[in-house]
Design a protein around this ligand. Structure first.
Ligand code: G6P
Length: 501
C-alpha cells in the first residue's frame, strides 16, 4: 500500500455496505476535484459483493488537503473490474463519508486501457519525463491514433460528469496528465465554472514535446489552456509549458500567464510540501515503531543508505544501485560499515517495460550482494513488497537518503525523509527533481546520469559530521513543510479567485 493510501485512511470513512445514506448526494458541489485515481476503490468481498476501501496514489496524498471542505465532490475513474462492479451498484456516489463525496466513472475498460496505459502512461508520461530511447521510439501509427481517440473520449467522460454535477459558478480542479483535454472540454459545456488544472509531472521543453504528432501536441496544450489557471510544481516546468504554447500554438507570453485564442490562462507554481504534524503522528503509531526496531536491528552499527520509490523508470533505481556498487569498489573502507536498504514498490505492471525494469533492479541488487557480501554482511537489502509503515520507519532510521530520479515533478520522498529522521540524514538529491528548487542548498546535488559522481556524493554524505547532518536536516525539514497539502490546495483556489482575463 502506498504512502498516499495510508494518509487517506486518516480522512476517508467507509460507510456500512448497505447504507441508505449517501454522502453528498443532495447538494450540488461548489468544489469539484477530478483525477484518474480516486480516494477509494473496490475489492471483491468474501460473499462476492464489491467492498469499498480507501484507495491511493501520489495525488490522493496531495489532495487530502481538501479535508474539511463541505459540499465538495471528487470525480475519479473505475480502474479495475472490481471498481466497475462496485460503481454499477453505486453509480452516483460511493458509500464513503467526508471529507468529499466521491463519484466514480464507469468508463469502458477497453477505452480506459488505451487512455491510461497507451496514452497517459506510455506516451504523455514518457514525454514529460524524457524517457524515450529515440532511435527506436516513439512510433506514432494508426494504433496510436485510435488510442488517442479513446483518450479524448475518456477525458470527455470526466467533462460530462463535471458539467452535470457542478453548482453554478463552482470551482473545478482537474489533476494531471491523464486529464489534459478535460479543461477545454468542460469549458465548452459549462462556461460559468472556474477551472484549474494542475500538472504533477515535469513538462518537456518544446523540442522534446514536439515528438508528439502535431495534432496531439496542439490538443494537449489547448486542452490545458481551456482552464482559467494552470499550476505546476516547479518554475522550470511552468516555463517549459509556456515555451511549448509559444512554439506550438504561436501563443503570446504575458505577465503571469499565456494568451491564446483571445483568452488568458494564468500559469502558477505551487511547490507541494508535506504536513509535518500528520506525518509524525502517523509515524508514532505502533506498526511504524515495530518496523523502526526491526530496521535498527538489521542495521546494527552500520549506516543505512536508503531509497524509497515506486519501481518506476524515471526513478533511476538501477543507476542508484550502480553508484552504490561503485562506492564499494572505490571506497572499500565502507565495506561492512554500510547497508543499502532499497524499498522499490511495484508500479504499472500492465506495462512490459515496467516489469522488465523490476527484473533489472532485482538482478543488479543480487549481483552486488554476491560480489561484495560476506558472512554477516548483506550490502543491499532490496524489498519489492509495498509496506507504507516500513517506508515511514526507514525514514526514521536512515543516515543517507538517495533520491536520484532522471526527472521528477517534485519527489515527496526527499521531503518526507528529513521530516521523519530522528538522528538527522544526509540527502543525495538529483538536480532533475522539482524538490531540488527548495532543498538543493542543504543536499548533495547530483546529475542522475553520472554514476561516478553519485558514488562520490554517497561517500561525502556518509562522512558528513553528525552535527552538520542534524543542522542540515532541520533546514531541509523546514523547507519541505513550507506548503503542506492544505495550503497548496488553498493557493490553487486563490489563483482561481483572481483569473487573468
Ligand atoms: C505519480 C505522479 C502523479 C501521477 C501518479 C499516477 O504519483 O507523481 O503525477 O498522477 O503517479 O500513478 P498511478 O499509479 O495512478 O498510475
Amino acid at each position: 500500500m502506498s504512502g498516499a493510501v495510508q494518509l487517506w485512511c486518516a480522512v476517508v470513512r467507509v460507510l456500512p455496505q448497505h447504507t441508505s445514506r449517501v454522502y453528498g448526494a443532495a447538494v450540488a458541489p461548489t468544489l469539484l476535484l477530478a483525477s484518474n485515481r480516486g480516494p477509494a476503490s473496490f475489492t471483491d468481498g468474501t460473499d462476492g459483493d464489491p467492498v469499498v476501501r480507501p484507495g491511493g496514489g501520489g495525488l490522493v496524498s496531495a489532495l487530502s488537503g481538501v479535508n474539511g471542505t463541505s459540499d465538495a465532490l471528487w470525480v475519479c475513474a473505475a480502474l479495475t473490474d472490481a471498481d466497475r462492479r462496485g460503481v454499477r451498484r453505486h453509480p452516483r456516489r460511493l458509500p464513503v463519508e467526508a471529507p468529499t463525496a466521491v463519484r466514480m466513472l464507469d468508463v469502458d475498460p477497453v477505452v480506459f486501457d488505451r487512455a491510461y496505459n497507451d496514452v497517459a502512461n506510455s506516451t504523455l508520461w514518457f514525454v514529460s519525463h524524457l524517457l524515450y530511447a529515440t532511435p527506436s521510439e516513439p512510433v506514432f501509427d494508426a494504433l496510436s491514433r485510435r488510442a488517442w481517440e479513446d483518450y479524448r473520449s475518456y477525458d470527455a467522460a470526466f467533462a460530462d460528469a463535471l458539467a452535470e454535477e457542478a453548482a453554478p459558478g463552482a470551482t473545478v480542479l482537474v489533476q494531471d496528465y491523464h486529464l489534459s483535454l478535460t479543461p477545454r472540454q468542460l469549458r465548452a459545456r459549462r462556461d460559468d465554472v472556474r477551472i484549474g488544472h494542475f500538472t504533477h509531472t515535469p513538462w518537456a521543453p518544446p523540442e522534446y514535446f514536439c515528438l508528439l504528432p502535431d495534432g496531439m501536441a496542439r490538443e494537449v496544450l489547448l486542452g490545458l489552456l481551456g482552464a482559467d489557471a494552470v499550476g505546476f510544481l516547479s518554475r522550470r516546468w511552468a516555463d517549459a509549458f509556456v515555451d511549448c504554447c509559444v512554439a506550438v500554438l504561436g501563443a503570446q507570453r504575458v505577465d503571469g500567464g499565456v494568451r491564446c485564442e483571445g483568452r488568458t490562462t494564468r500559469v502558477d507554481v505551487h511547490p507541494l510540501g508535506v504536513d509535518a504534524a500528520e506525518l509524525r503522528a502517523r509515524a508514532a503509531r505502533a506498526d511504524v515503531r515495530d518496523r523502526v526496531a526491526a530496521l535498527r536491528e538489521l542495521a546494527g552499527d552500520r549506516q543505512v543508505v536508503l531509497r524509497v520509490d515506486r519501481t518506476e523508470l524515471s526513478k533511476n533505481i538501477v543507476r542508484g544501485l550502480l553508484a552504490y556498487r561503485e562506492l564499494l569498489v572505490t571506497r572499500p573502507e565502507w565495506h561492512r560499515r554500510v547497508v543499502h536498504v532499497a524499498l522499490a514498490y511495484p508500479s504499472r505492471h500492465d506495462l512490459p517495460a515496467y516489469r522488465e525494469y523490476t527484473g533489472a533492479v532485482q538482478r543488479v541488487a543480487r549481483e552486488i550482494n554476491s560480489e561484495f557480501g560476506t558472512e554477516g554482511w548483506q550490502p543491499v537489502v532490496l524489498e519489492v513488497r509495498d509496506d507504507y509503515a516500513r517506508s515511514l520507519a526507514s525514514f526514521v532510521v536512515a543516515d543517507v537518503l538517495l533520491v536520484n530520479p532522471l526527472r521528477d515533478g517534485m519527489n515527496l520522498v526527499a521531503k518526507e525523509g528529513p521530516v521523519l529522521s530522528e538522528r538527522g540524514l544526509s540527502l543525495v538529491l538529483s538536480r532533475e527533481a522539482g524538490a531540488a528548487d527548495e532543498l538543493a542548498d542543504d543536499a548533495f546535488v547530483v546529475n542522475p546520469f553520472d554514476v561516478s559522481a553519485t558514488a562520490e556524493a554517497l561517500h561525502e554524505a556518509l562522512r558528513q559530521p553528525p552535527d552538520e547532518r542534524r543542522a542540515r536536516t532541520d533546514r531541509l525539514a523546514d523547507a519541505a513543510t513550507r506548503l503542506p497539502p492544505s495550503s497548496w490546495l488553498a493557493a490553487q483556489r486563490a489563483a482561481l479567485a483572481h483569473p487573468s482575463h
